[in-house]
Design a protein around this ligand. Structure first.
Ligand SMILES: *Cc1c(COP(=O)(O)O)cnc(C)c1O
Length: 376
């Protein structure tokens, strides 16, 4: 059956058309131009950081932060096991080794306690840990009050993978303002999109300037082509930045819509024993990017697979939660600090349609699929 309701499709319309058309007509059809400059300034101001660098993807932003910090061969980087592969891939691009850490079962975000035990254990083994990466899973900020303190007390850089959490808040501050640097993604499925794109956010002027240079083939500031270090072609296009500006002008409305679905799911599952949302009690600080439920196999009337199957029969897209990195074949053999939380979320979690473009009729179909779980 073709899918009638998607998980998180792009939500673009006339506003974005106007922005892109204007950029196209301006002649700035290049990875440079006034929309790119304005997009960076608008995001930096919204998040409250000094510098923003527009890049071709969130993955590129993770990669260049690590390159700029000189992380490489023989270094260890802490990576939450519950994340999308991009987080761990970037660590491998620079030749460093991810060490995976398990999550808080309530939110799926890295557990500060396990982070501390992992760092103790790694210090004992003589490993050279350089960076902690935290991920804001599904739009809920990691516990930065504690994680920033842990990283600072051990002299480690903190890189915040806020690819999923733009517009959220944590520890009283906007997502993207935590740690030494943070990364946003504007991939097509995120809370706002440039079709593909990302950004590095930081207060560190040296890091921002270096990442900007690295992203444009590391050209030296001289008239001819002069290069003293390896560069990358990772800059964001001016046209896509224009699309991003259109999206940014609608971001609060789009987040509000996702928040409304989060509330609707709370109501929908309120009377089903053994089914909980993978979210904190209060959604006020979340951007509600994706809503997922965790189905306790001992307490719920049906299993996670049954929910997924009913969704599929109704033409509604649903997905498993990220498969933890420590269980991925490509990362087999890497070290980790685990307590089974991420495995349980993977085994029993289902991600539900959460997009800002979802209509009331779409949600009625999702509800019908939930009502019909277990029926054939
Ligand atoms: C989407 C995502 C990324 C990667 O962003 P891209 O822009 O697709 O490269 C990185 N980390 C997390 C947690 C993500 O969800």
């Amino acid at each position: 059956m073709t899918l009638k309701v998607l998980l998180s499709p792009p939500d673009v319309g006339e506003t974005e058309e106007q922005y892109v058309l204007q950029a196209l007509r301006s002649g700035w059809v290049a990875p440079a131009g006034p929309d790119l400059d304005a997009f960076e300034a608008e995001i930096a101001s919204r998040v409250g950081v000094r510098h923003a660098v527009g890049l071709s993807s969130g993955t590129a932003a993770l990669h260049l932060a690590l390159v700029s910090w000189g992380v490489g061969d023989g270094d260890v980087v802490i990576v939450p096991t519950m994340t999308f592969a991009a987080t761990a891939n970037a660590v491998c691009y620079v030749g460093a080794r991810p060490h995976f850490v398990d999550c808080d079962p309530a939110t799926g975000n890295i557990s500060p306690e396990l982070l501390e035990s992992a760092l103790d254990e790694l210090a004992g083994s003589g490993a050279r840990v350089r960076v902690v990466i935290a991920v804001d899973l599904f739009g809920h900020c990691a516990d930065y009050a504690r994680i920033e303190a842990v990283a600072a007390s051990r002299g480690l850089k903190l890189l915040c993978d806020s690819a999923e959490s733009f517009g959220a808040r944590g520890a009283g501050r906007p997502a993207g303002s935590h740690g030494d640097a943070a990364v946003l993604s504007f991939n097509g499925n995120k809370v706002m999109t440039t079709s593909g794109g990302g950004m590095l956010l930081t207060d560190d002027g040296h890091l921002a300037a270096h990442v900007r240079k690295l992203s444009t083939q590391s050209r030296e500031p001289v008239p001819h082509y002069e290069h003293v270090e390896i560069g990358y072609n990772y800059r964001l296009s001016n046209l896509l930045a224009a699309l991003g500006r259109g999206q940014l002008s609608r971001l609060d409305d789009m987040i509000e819509r996702r928040r409304q679905w989060r509330g609707a799911y709370r109501d929908l599952f309120a009377d089903t024993p053994g089914v909980r949302l993978l979210a904190p009690e209060d959604d006020a600080d979340d951007n509600c990017w994706l809503t997922a439920v965790v189905v306790n196999p001992c307490a719920a009337p049906w299993a996670a697979e049954d929910l997924g199957a009913s969704m599929a029969r109704h033409g509604v897209e649903s997905r498993r939660v990220w498969k933890p990195m420590h269980a991925q074949p490509v990362f087999a053999g890497l070290s980790s600090t685990l307590d089974g939380s991420a495995d349980r979320i993977f085994d029993y979690g289902v991600v539900l349609p959460s997009g800002s473009k979802m209509t009331d009729d779409d949600f009625a179909l999702v509800s019908a699929a939930v009502e019909a779980v277990g029926c054939r």
